[in-house]
Write a protein that binds this ligand. Structure first.
Ligand SMILES: [Zn+2]
Ligand SMILES: [Zn+2]
Length: 338
């Protein structure tokens, strides 16, 4: 089969097709997103895969081809989204439902072969059926970029009806967070980004107020602060701004990954105003199901979720565009047949 293999460089190769083991399913990916972490693996090398050569790609939707021995379903022909994190479902974290914290998890396209390929073998419990009518490319990005934002906004940030929310950094995930917060009933969603075009995308996605970071803290505290502040930039300075933008009892959620040390503002203020700072990473399987349902029913509209769909043969060009920030705030999605 044809696959995009990382082995120093990334290139298309003819490799043996995988075989579905017990409990696994063979899936033919149709549309698979290009994620920022793929750029780290291939171009800037700030992150590494567990081994090479490895097939990349972890944001996938496809069609079930064949069931492994003893696998009950879903039946061949079913359209599915693939949850990228393969968890053991046996360790203590998995037992309490925190599969994202599984002690021995493997992420597709990083720690085991991924979905930039004509076939992939994955555990059946990593598959979520795609609701009818939802296009493959949206079902693909739902599994990673949208579900990660959803986990941060809802599970970690506690956003619900009446919430006042600030989203710091409205590139890909931050933009999804804006739309998700509105869908969950937030009263006020404030989007903060230095780039005028990113503020425009946030307004298009439903932000009530868009602000430049230079004025954001004073404007937000002038409005009484927010209940939830989400940081998608991955810079300690922005995490601190997010914390300081909170009303009493508020929660700052750090989603962006970066280097450096977080300082939790003034200890006195942090304690007396009962502020929280939590991290958010990836998502739970239930998040993907809920996101697919919200997107297919039209309750969650993310006009910027998917940008260009390009052929798998163009993958290196796609990675360069993501690296250069030349995506218009949207995910580039690969057509595996192309
Ligand atoms: Zn990703
Ligand atoms: Zn586990």
């Amino acid at each position: 089969m044809r696959a995009a293999v990382l082995d120093g460089d990334l290139g298309l190769r003819d490799v043996p097709a995988p075989v579905a083991g017990p409990g696994e399913v063979l899936v033919a990916p149709t549309k698979v997103g290009i994620c920022g972490s793929d750029v780290h693996f291939v171009i800037d090398k700030t992150a590494t895969t567990r081994y090479e050569p490895i097939i990349l790609g972890h944001e996938a939707t496809g069609v079930v081809v064949e069931l492994g021995p003893g696998t009950a379903g879903p039946r061949p022909g079913t359209r599915v989204s693939i949850i990228p994190l393969v968890s053991c479902h046996e360790c203590d974290q998995c037992a309490r439902g925190r599969t994202v914290l599984c002690r021995v998890s493997q992420c597709l396209g990083a720690e085991r072969d991924g979905a930039w390929a004509e076939l992939i073998a994955v555990p059946a419990r990593n598959l979520v059926p795609v609701p009818e009518g939802l296009p493959d490319e949206l079902a693909a990005v739902a599994t990673d970029s949208v579900a990660t934002a959803y986990h941060a906004v809802r599970s970690r940030g506690g956003v619900g009806p009446g919430s006042r929310v600030a989203v710091w950094g409205t590139g890909g995930l931050g933009l999804s967070a804006v739309g998700i917060a509105k869908t969950l009933g937030a009263d006020m969603v404030i989007a903060v980004d230095p780039r005028p075009e990113a503020r425009g995308w946030a307004a298009q996605t439903g932000a009530d107020v868009v602000l430049h970071p230079d004025e954001a803290l004073s404007r937000i505290t002038g409005m009484g602060g927010v209940d939830t502040a989400l940081e998608f930039v991955g810079r300690p300075e922005t995490v601190e701004l997010a914390l300081r933008s909170l009303d009493a009892g508020g929660t700052a959620v750090a989603v962006g990954i970066g280097a450096g040390k977080v300082t939790a503002s003034h200890l006195m203020t942090f304690v007396v105003r009962e502020r929280s700072l939590v991290g958010s990473y990836g998502h739970e399987p239930a998040d993907v199901g809920e996101v697919l349902e919200l997107m297919s029913s039209g309750r969650l509209l993310l006009p910027k979720a998917v940008g260009d769909v390009i052929g798998l043969s163009q993958v290196n060009r796609g990675l360069e565009r993501v690296h250069a920030g030349d995506t218009g705030g949207s995910r580039i999605v690969l057509d595996i047949q192309g």
